[in-house]
Design a protein around this ligand. Structure first.
Ligand code: ADP
Ligand code: MG
Length: 665
């Protein structure tokens, strides 16, 4: 018999429902925490605004009338005397409750206050008055077959039974923070006394959650320290000659990154480093030098990009920079013929290729390396965690370098990249000018055309971005195909206009991109396929139609396509709708600020891709709001991990839970 069935009133059916919520044991049940709380405190209707959520009680003064409509629906109306006013009440689909509402009955209503009509549109109705002392009611995530309040009842009755609970936080830390102990916290969170005691319990449980997470992160990091990697002996003079051939002078930040990477590679441990740098800060060259160092020490390298267009660009870059050297570089693409692909794969497996560039297909099942020493992931935020796992599946423990243009605010970096070393490229190459960002309405298109014309006259090039490829039902939105026609009519006499979008074949895309790179095409109308990585320094203007439809980070990435040379560059945002994002764009060019704002506007959401949904789900903690707790948890977990106690098995429970959760990953 499942231990759950011992709880009064729980039968096999309920057990099944609980199992669907991943509740199998008493401990699962009591640690099934609420996700929010309702505070049952009588509202003051005088201070409430139209449509505010209110809680009010009173005595039924006019009994309900019920109307039925659309077969199964019904609406019940009645009146209660609240002591201050005669309040009208309506509630849907509660006809079954009618007979409870005789005149003189006291009821509590929760719902929306329609102040204009002095009516509460209730979503909940209960018999009895609101308790004099404000009550806090936990609300749980549930599944069909059980309501939050039913689950609450079950949890409450289980709290009075025997249950085991392990406090994973070491005693000395419980003392340090005056935490009340987990058992008490659990009671409190399901049966809150008052705001203060609930908050204290929440803090304890949040801390535990973050502490366990940080323990895990730190262990991952530590494991890597002991994981035997490739120990190389690359000297500065090995790379000096190569660096001296690069057609520009590296910035100090770029040189610092290269040095860090060199030391990482020379150390016996596995490298796992993230290079963060704003769009256009010059991360690619750092990657290329790393590939060179890796080659020099006798290993193969893989350079992975999120799109084929970008992979092609990296490939061309490598060919150019390694032109005079015997380094064999290859590009693995999806459009390769079977025979061609097999030949390439055979060469990779026999070390006849030194460096391979491609998309995630670099780690397809049929790809084998002879001696892979370095994997570089460009625009790593585009990939998420799954890719890393694939590397591990292949049994590869190579050095890894991640490049990312999406700076993660410090708040998130600690958790997200807790197991990596991070370097930043803050300085842009010398001579770069601030990109000028301007906002226009569609009716001002003439002015915008003038500006484009002006750039073309100076032999510069222009990107034009639209969200859609072709006309759709929502015809207010510009699309690539029509814009191509429009721009050809307007400027076709003085320049060549081309288009690029995701529905084109790889060959077509490549042809157009290469024509744009050679300045055989001056205006490139494109969807967001060019959003990341593309580097054509002669392009000095990007015009974004319907720009209100883009997210802030996306706009910043798109803007980063220009301002890559020493010419003044422009970003023109066209929009008939106002949006806070657009005005932020006109105010700052700083990627860190932009990402902070982006987080503020929509939370950590999309930026992390799969990483967010996979690694970072907390039940109670919110990494932004609870940042101070996170910082403490991070420091404490480091201390515990490095302590004798941990080594000697003093914290055996802690060790067990962490090791078992890690083996699941
Ligand atoms: P991102 O960091 O966005 O990937 P890239 O690596 O594509 O940026 O570099 C943007 C442009 O700046 C490229 O054309 C690159 O050749 C150039 N660049 C990189 N570093 C320097 C430098 N130190 N001095 C001048 N130009 C540089
Ligand atoms: Mg890049």
């Amino acid at each position: 018999m499942s231990s759950l069935e011992r709880i009064k009133g729980i039968g096999p059916k309920t057990v099944q429902i609980l199992n669907r919520l991943n509740i199998y044991t008493m401990e699962d049940l009591v640690t099934y925490y609420p996700y929010r709380f309702n505070i049952l405190e009588r509202s003051n209707l005088k201070d409430a605004f139209q449509d505010d959520k209110v809680i009010i009680d009173g005595i039924v003064e006019r009994e309900p009338t019920v109307v039925f409509f659309r077969k199964k629906m019904n609406k019940m109306s009645f009146e209660i005397n609240t002591g201050e006013t005669l309040l009208k009440a309506t509630i849907f689909n509660r006809a079954f409750f009618k007979n409870n509402l005789k005149v003189g009955t006291s009821v509590t209503l929760i719902g929306k206050y329609d102040k204009l009509h002095n009516t509460i549109v209730a979503s909940e109705i209960r018999l009895g008055m609101i308790p004099a002392v404000p009550q806090i009611e936990p609300i749980y995530h549930v599944t069909s077959g059980i309501s939050s309040s039913q689950l609450h009842k079950i949890i409450l009755s289980s709290l009075d039974q025997n249950w085991e609970i392990v406090d994973y936080i070491p005693d000395y830390l419980l003392g340090k923070y005056h935490f009340p102990g987990k058992r008490q916290c659990i009671r409190e969170i399901h049966r809150p006394g008052n705001n203060a005691s609930l908050k204290q319990a929440m803090n304890h449980l949040k801390y535990e959650e973050l502490f366990l997470f940080m323990m895990k992160m730190n262990i991952l990091k530590k494991k890597r320290i002991y994981e035997k990697g490739i120990e190389r002996a690359i000297s500065q003079s090995d790379i000096d000659e190569f660096i001296s051939q690069i057609p520009f002078e590296l910035t100090k930040d770029q040189l610092d990154c290269v040095e860090k990477i060199r030391l990482d590679m020379n150390s016996p441990r596995v490298m796992k480093r993230l290079i963060q740098g704003d769009v256009g800060s010059g991360k690619t060259i750092v990657a290329i030098i790393s590939l060179y160092m890796n080659y020099k020490s006798g290993y193969q390298g893989a350079f992975m990009a999120p799109t084929e267009i970008l992979a092609e660009q990296h490939y061309q870059n490598l060919l150019k920079l390694f032109e005079k050297m015997p380094i064999k570089v290859a590009l693995l693409t999806g459009k390769m013929k079977k025979k061609e692909r097999n030949e390439l794969l055979a060469k990779l497996a026999n070390k006849k290729i030194d460096i391979v560039v491609g998309t995630h297909s670099l780690f397809s099942d049929d790809v084998f390396y002879d001696c892979l020493g370095l994997v570089i992931t460009d625009e790593q935020h585009r990939f998420g965690v799954r890719q890393r796992t694939r590397l591990k599946e292949k049994g590869i423990s190579t050095d890894v370098l991640y490049l990312s243009a999406t700076p993660i605010p410090r708040t998130y970096a600690i958790t997200l990249y807790g197991d990596m070393d991070v370097s930043n490229i803050r300085l842009k190459p010398k001579g770069r000018k601030e990109i000028i960002t301007e906002l226009y309405q569609n009716k001002d298109i003439k002015i915008v055309l003038e500006k484009i014309h002006n750039e073309i006259r100076q032999k510069h090039q222009v990107y034009v971005i639209a969200t859609q490829i072709e006309e759709s039902e929502t015809d207010e939105i510009e699309n690539v195909k029509e814009l191509k026609g429009k721009f050809e009519r307007a400027l076709g006499k003085i320049c060549k206009v081309e288009m690029l979008h995701g529905k084109m074949s790889s060959e077509e895309k490549e042809k157009i991109m290469s024509a744009f790179e050679k300045n055989e095409v001056q205006i490139l109308i494109s969807t967001t396929v060019i959003e990341v990585g593309i580097d054509v320094p002669n392009a000095t203007m990007i015009v974004i139609f319907d720009s209100y439809r883009f997210g802030l980070s996306q706009l910043h990435q798109l803007r980063g396509r220009v301002g890559r040379g020493n010419f003044p560059s422009y970003c023109i945002l066209l929009s008939d709708r106002e949006s806070e994002r657009l005005s932020i764009m006109t105010k700052t060019n700083d990627g860190f600020k932009i990402s902070e704002e982006d987080f503020k506007l929509r939370g950590s959401g999309d930026l992390f891709g799969t990483r967010q949904s996979g690694d970072m789900k907390f039940h109670l903690a919110d990494i932004k709001q609870d940042f101070p707790i996170l910082v403490r948890a991070k420091e404490d977990s480091e201390e515990v991990l490095n302590s004798q106690g941990y080594v000697n098995g003093k914290y055996s429970h802690l060790r067990e839970i962490i090791e078992s959760s890690m083996s699941l990953d």
